[in-house]
Design a protein around this ligand. Structure first.
Ligand code: ADE
Length: 418
């Protein structure tokens, strides 16, 4: 078996952590039990490009139990947990190509290694595998039956490809499931972003002026958790609806040009590029900390920051001090990459349970419905979404009401008024 990981001797530690995460993933565990018996993905080659974490490991093991031939590569050069990669190779015989801190060149060579397995299903987090298959590896596209995409940024890319008529095979947008974005993006990103910042810096949030840029599901989560820790929280937005929502949720809303002068911790979660740039670095107070929790490391214009600096040095793991020519210091966390996955462990297993349950069930859905699917981006079927919610509630021991016959009838009638 071929693979490329940092250190196989880390496998035992990785396995212990995978087992720990599994305890918090009851929905995926239930799916794994069924997959073990029914083998719904038997013999299919799956190339997964996901953050290599304990939670992802549990998804990979589930797919393998379902009979698939899985290969895993990282979806970000800094998010890999090397012990998890080692455990997957050593104890589960799953080929893994990922090393924390790998260069961009190695990152892409790892993607290529996964693609060279000639996948029938692709599983992306950020659409990098899809991108490569549609460019350098077009000749392998006829082999692909379908794919899944985990994240907002990836789904945006794929929808643009569909619009342009270039998408080569059907892809299920996992992010569109309510049981994904309402929980993973909001509570997962909310908590893990703060976790990454705390582990990197050990700063106090209480009383800090925190600027959250972007008020999508992730931004909502980050802002609410920052406020919960006592930070004075400011939101910047470009979308009037989201800005209005942030204002009515009780945040200060203002343009970044103004927020830059006030904030001392900046968190970008917009999915767009150069949200923090020269004009903002110039306005920030001395000692400002800046970081990103959006998918790509483009939200902070690092080359501009570099150009404005007379020196750059690492002052703690994941903390780079940019000493500007003006004399001011700005601290960049995790090289502008996802701070939650670089400086911490990503989202807790309990929310990834739902995201990855959607992944496993969507792969099963694609294979069962392959003939009827076009080269389009599909939402996760509503039945899957509701089933994931039902299973999660059951695992949490939360029973809910059911509609009476009278109530069900009322909801589909129009005759009854006041
Ligand atoms: N994305 C965010 N958190 C994650 C995690 N723990 N595992 C995999 N992907 C993630």
């Amino acid at each position: 078996m071929k693979y490329d990981i940092k250190d196989i001797t880390l496998a035992k530690q990785g396995q212990d952590r995978i087992t720990w995460a599994e305890r918090e993933m009851p929905v995926l565990r239930a799916i794994r039990e069924r997959f073990r018996k029914e083998k719904p993905v038997k013999g299919y080659r799956i190339a997964a490009c996901l953050h290599v974490t304990t939670e992802t490991a549990n998804l990979m093991i589930t797919l393998k139990e379902g009979g698939a031939d899985v290969t895993l590569c990282a979806s970000n050069p800094l998010s890999t947990q090397d012990d998890v990669a080692a455990a997957l190779v050593k104890f589960h015989k799953i080929p893994v190509y990922s090393i924390k801190g790998e260069s961009n060149k190695v990152y892409y060579s790892h993607l290529e290694s996964a693609i060279k397995t000639i996948p029938q299903i692709t599983m992306d987090d950020g659409a990098d595998v899809v991108g490569l298959l549609h460019s350098k590896f077009q000749h392998l596209m006829p082999e692909v039956i379908g794919g899944t995409e985990e994240t907002t940024t990836g789904v945006i890319r794929l929808k643009a490809m569909e619009q342009d008529g270039v998408l080569g095979y059907p892809i299920v947008a996992i992010n569109d499931a309510d049981t994904k974005h309402m929980f993973d993006n909001r509570y997962g990103t909310g908590q893990s972003t703060i976790d990454g910042i705390l582990r990197a810096t050990n700063i106090l949030f209480a009383g800090r002026k925190v600027v959250v840029s972007g008020y999508g599901w992730c931004g909502r989560g980050v802002a609410s958790r920052a406020r919960g820790l006592g930070a004075h929280t400011i939101v910047t937005e470009t979308d009037p609806l989201k800005a209005l929502e942030a204002a009515m949720d009780g945040y200060d809303v203002m343009p970044m040009a103004k927020a830059a002068k006030i904030g001392n911790l900046f968190i970008t979660v917009t999915g767009d590029k150069h949200v923090l740039r020269e004009e903002h670095f110039k306005a920030m107070p001395d000692g400002a900390i800046i970081c990103n929790s959006g998918h790509f490391n483009v939200e902070i214009n690092i080359p501009e920051l570099q150009k404005m600096s007379k020196s750059v040095k690492e002052v703690r793991p994941f903390v780079m001090e940019y000493h500007l020519k003006s004399g001011k210091r700005i601290y960049l966390l995790a090289d502008g990459r996802l701070v939650n996955l670089s400086a911490a462990e990503g989202h807790p297993a309990s929310v990834m349970d739902m995201s990855f349950a959607n992944q496993a069930l969507s792969v099963e859905f694609i294979l069962a419905n392959a003939k009827g699917l076009d080269r389009k981006v599909y939402s996760v079927p509503r039945e899957i979404d509701r089933e994931v919610a039902r299973l999660k509630l059951k695992a949490m021991g939360i029973p809910i009401d059911t509609l009476t016959q009278e109530q069900s009838k009322y909801l589909v009638s129009w005759q009854e008024g006041t």
